[in-house]
Design a protein around this ligand. Structure first.
Ligand code: 4NP
Length: 154
């Protein structure tokens, strides 16, 4: 199974989701069975490591995002992945506009899929430190639900 997380810049929310979900998979020995990646709909940060605030907040919870590098979402991702999970409604709209008729991937909002109290992971980029903690809180909850789904599907 192949899962892709998508946000706007691929330096805050989707790399966090990639790191958290990969760690969840490693803990239960499923990392060899599930391909995990992340991408941004925008191209401003391509090639860059995650935002420093994201890396530090993640590190405090023992997630290592240091080797990740931003890339832009490509139309081919619709056939490279089985499940594409967008962080907010704007990301989802951007992806829907790019989606070819031949797309095989399922496209959804990450939090809404698991009926958490929020539909979206709010963009923390222009806010304070609290925003980065909230990103981690929401992504940890949704990753547990995604892990349960993936275990059922494998
Ligand atoms: P992300 O956050 O989509 O969670 O990676 C952002 C990163 C950069 C920008 C916006 C959001 N930006 O405008 O550069």
């Amino acid at each position: 199974m192949r899962v892709l997380f998508v946000c706007l810049g691929n330096i805050c929310r989707s790399p966090t989701a990639e790191g958290v979900f990969r760690q969840r998979l490693q803990k239960v020995g499923l990392d060899a069975h599930v391909l995990v990646d992340s991408a941004g709909t925008g191209d401003w940060h391509v090639g860059k490591a995650p935002d420093r605030r994201t890396t530090l907040a993640a590190q405090q919870r023992n997630y290592d995002l240091s080797t990740l590098r931003a890339r832009q979402f490509a139309v081919e991702d619709f056939s490279r992945f089985d499940l594409i999970l967008a962080m907010d409604h704007s990301n989802l709209r951007n992806l829907q506009a790019l989606r070819p008729d031949t797309a095989t991937a399922e496209l959804d909002l990450f939090l809404r899929r698991y009926q958490l109290e929020l539909d979206e992971v709010p963009d923390p980029y222009y806010g304070g430190a609290d925003g980065f903690e909230q990103v981690l809180d929401l992504i940890e909850q949704a990753s547990d639900a995604l892990l349960a789904e993936v275990r059922g599907r494998l």
